[in-house]
Design a binder for this molecule. Sequence first.
Ligand code: SF4
Length: 416
Amino acid sequence: MAIDKYPTPMLDQLEEGPWPSFITGIKRLRDQHPDQRINEMTASLLGQLEHSYETRKGYWKGGTVSVYGYGGGIIPRFSEVGNAFPESREFHTLRVQPPAGNHYSTAMLRQLADSWEKHGSGLVTFHGQTGNIMFIGTSTDGTQHFFDEINDYGWDLGGAGPCVRTAMSCVGAARCEMSCTNEQKGHRLLVNNFTDDVHRPALPYKFKFKVSGCPNDCQNAIERADFAVIGTWRDDMKVNQEEIKGYVAKKGRQYIIDNVITRCPTNALSLNDDDTLAVNNRDCVRCMHCLNVMPKALGVGDDKGVTILIGGKRTLKIGDLMGTVVVPFKKLESEEDWESMVELAEEIIDFWAENALEHERCGEMIERIGLVNFLEGIDVEVDPNMVSNPRECSYVRMDGWDDEAVKWFDRQAEAS
Ligand code: SF4
């Protein structure tokens, strides 16, 4: 039996720690799965991993594997020690796009699991860092068969390589009272519009969309997305004074002062003598702290929309970048509103594709060419409400030094 063929004394030690071990999960497939092919594949996988631990070397190499009509979405993995571990000689990963907001039904999950057990190793990650469902471990043939099957019932591969990547959106209004926009609609519109750019890598580097319904930003869109859409509101937050009094009665005045009032980063809150709350909404920077601590008493306002930030990314050439506010507030109500958001994304991707160096993220390009040139390139007027980092000062000087700010004042005067 394959299990005896590949002993794993070093990997066994990983199961002894206090945390659940991925080794235990793989062993379950090796020892308990009814399909012998999966038992052997995972035993061989563990054998190679043990060998890697012994020799302190990785033995997976890349290559080119793809399904018909697609240029990306599969991470090829060929073993350099395939002769010693033949059952897992090819162990490719398929990236599959999750539904917007990760709203799965159990029937969908069973369908996917059944197809994967038929054509792959049974190993799945929900979700990888990219947001995709990662189906880990199949042969080159299995890749096509699995894709054909799941594509028939509506799933599509995600992005890999220099392309528009799989987008992510938070669970949204279905389960969260802080939601300020239709996250799933934004997600689907953006992804559907750029499907070609997901499947055929032809851009300077990766480009990610993420949609968060409120400034809590559960998708980490500010840090991780080249194009971050984050729900917000521009009128006053809602305050239920009776509920505030209830919190004060339950927790005590000092507790509320220590844990809510003094923690507001802009001192926008104060507790009145009669245990009601005063909010200076003009100073609130939507950090969400008070709303998160007292969700029954405080709520987002009625005038909802989104902020769009460009250029967030993790470490690479110039270190981590947070997204820069390019659209301070945008209503997304009519179909034209949604369309104009997609058009802005098109404009930005076109400009970036034409002007970025190879392997340069959008944020890195903005750093190199300057924000003013970027804004001019995508035809967006400078607005003093743009901020370079969330909850910080405008990067537009308001004292007349900056011509663009003067133009903004002129436009405001004309409009009023
Ligand atoms: Fe202050 Fe943050 Fe509450 Fe706004 S959301 S009032 S900034 S604590």
